[in-house]
Design a protein around this ligand. Sequence first.
Ligand code: G
Ligand code: G
Ligand code: MN
Ligand code: NA
Length: 253
Amino acid sequence: LKLEEDLREAMRQNQLELRYQPQVDARTGAVVSLEALVRWKHPRRGMISPGDFIPVAERTGQIIELGEWVMSEVARHCTYWDTLGLDHFRVCVNISPLQFNQPELTRTIRDFLDRSGLDPRRIELELTESAIMTDARANIEKLKELAALGLDLAVDDFGTGYSSLSYLKRFPITTLKIDQSFVADMSSADGVAIVDAIIVLAKTLNLRSIAEGIETQEQLRHLVQNKCDLLQGYYFARPLYPEDVPEALRRNY
Ligand code: G
Ligand code: G
Ligand code: MN
Ligand code: NA
């Protein structure tokens, strides 16, 4: 209950902040997108990881308000980067299962796009595999509505849930995001086999593949060799302050 009350305060008192983690094009080394990741600077407890408070916010419903805050911050930061002439990259926004299941999600996202004037093609929503695969048949319409707004849709944590391949093919998604647990397990033959299989599946379905949680040269080499499209992880960059994004965009990784 304490964390819940604190979170309400946190949103009012600007204790939440967004960081942006670069996603690198495996062929060119350029940063082509950034994942927005929320951080909580608690006045007494210090940094609280979203792994600890997102589940609380999801349980209490505060994730709805938090999600709207994230979108308004993304819009604000995009406007700032625009003034520097930096607008050739996507921003990936995590959408929690509760948010996804809100009937008004499409309207919320449309309002966000209208208000901010952002080109929808610059936004990618990261939806978890379990959220979209639970009641998959009913979700086709919802995903079509979202896709019709012109933005990209990624399946986050791919491989950890139970995907129906036939739905995967029918969903208007653009990206498969290989869960970082599989990347972390790439020192084993099984781990490598799973990662390779997801990359091939993505190619077969004409989807972009992205691997997250890349920390080592060996992981990187294998992913590049096997034609994973995008790469994300501490090996390249930690989640960055918005002010540090311009330098990352100019760099070649
Ligand atoms: O940044 P970190 O690796 O600690 O994030 C932990 C978890 O919190 C991840 O599963 C990530 O998807 C989730 N998360 C981070 N930022 C957001 C956000 O803005 N919205 C939602 N719904 N989840 C987020
Ligand atoms: O569930 P989601 O994919 O949205 O979560 C991404 C999470 O992974 C974020 O909390 C982010 O901070 C974290 N992360 C990003 N890169 C790495 C990495 O290279 N190693 C580890 N261990 N975590 C990472
Ligand atoms: Mn994510
Ligand atoms: Na993930």
